[in-house]
Design a protein around this ligand. Structure first.
Ligand code: R5P
Length: 265
């Protein structure tokens, strides 16, 4: 691996081999979604606890102080919306010149297995990898499976994770699944991070799955709504950070969450 690629990956994946990526890219297809109406306000109290920030170039340019010290993972696929025909029909929407100009430490794009746009999104991934590898920029595949596979079973998650790594992704984002999650991680030759998905009923559910996923080999999370849509985003991200970087158990994380919430930590 060349120096530039190694250097960028080392800014993202910390010395302990773990990572907490904070995605605030949801507006790229959802518009001003709840909790991200003003991304700069959402990010302000929690960014210090993240290892990297994931967003689009538009939010980066308009809402983020260029003096930010956290590395940026730039989402570069999109051009679809929640009211459109099919969310899987994405294109790559940012050039390599723009990626370098905005000093992204990595880029991310979605891939959709099991949809009618499977070939398009996987081909886009391969082309993006070709362009980015020339400049030492890692590509993170944000994996998803089509409607008929929506159950998030390990065999489908493992399939799309592995295919993304085979096409050259340096990091894969997947969803967690309760059964056989280790198969997703073990079958993927590059580091795996977990998304949070829609906000859960309780904080403990998030702490439980982050902990379990880490035990099964994930290196961390790319987790948004279950931080910034919660009642106390600072308490939430601090507890998740403690699980990832300080080996807290879910119960210890919950205790920390409650202490932060009560202003005692
Ligand atoms: C989807 O909008 C994005 O790719 C998110 O970055 C990804 O789904 C992780 O965010 P969350 O934890 O909110 O699912």
């Amino acid at each position: 691996m060349e120096w530039g690629m190694k250097n960028r990956l080392s800014r993202l994946i910390q010395k302990d081999g773990k990572a907490l990526f904070l995605p605030v890219d949801h507006g790229y297809f959802q518009g001003p979604t709840h909790g991200l109406e003003k991304p700069e306000e959402t990010i302000k109290p929690i960014i210090q606890y993240a290892d990297a920030l994931m967003l689009t170039r538009g939010v980066l340019r308009n809402c983020i102080d260029p003096a930010i010290e956290k590395p940026i993972i730039m989402r570069v696929s999109g051009a679809v919306t929640v009211v459109g025909e099919d969310l899987a029909n994405e294109s790559v929407v940012t050039s390599i010149q723009e990626i370098l100009r905005l000093n992204a430490m990595a880029v991310s794009m979605s891939v959709f297995a099991g949809t009618k746009y499977e070939n398009k999104s996987l081909s886009n991934l391969a082309k993006l990898v070709d362009e980015c590898e020339d400049y030492g920029v890692p590509v993170m595949a944000v994996t998803a499976v089509g409607k008929e596979l929506e159950k998030r079973e390990a065999r489908y998650l493992a399939l799309v994770a592995r295919v993304s790594a085979e096409l050259g992704a340096r990091v894969v984002k997947t969803y967690y699944c309760k059964e056989n999650f280790e198969k997703v991680v073990d079958g993927c030759p590059v580091p795996v991070v977990m998304a949070g998905g829609p906000k859960t009923e309780s904080q403990k559910e998030v702490f439980d799955f982050v902990y379990d996923g880490l035990q099964k080999g994930a290196i961390g999370v790319n987790l948004g709504r279950n931080i910034w849509q919660t009642e106390n985003p600072v308490a939430s991200i601090r507890a998740i950070r403690a699980i990832i970087h300080e080996n807290y158990t879910p119960q210890e994380a919950l205790d920390l969450f409650n202490q932060v919430k009560a202003g005692k930590a």
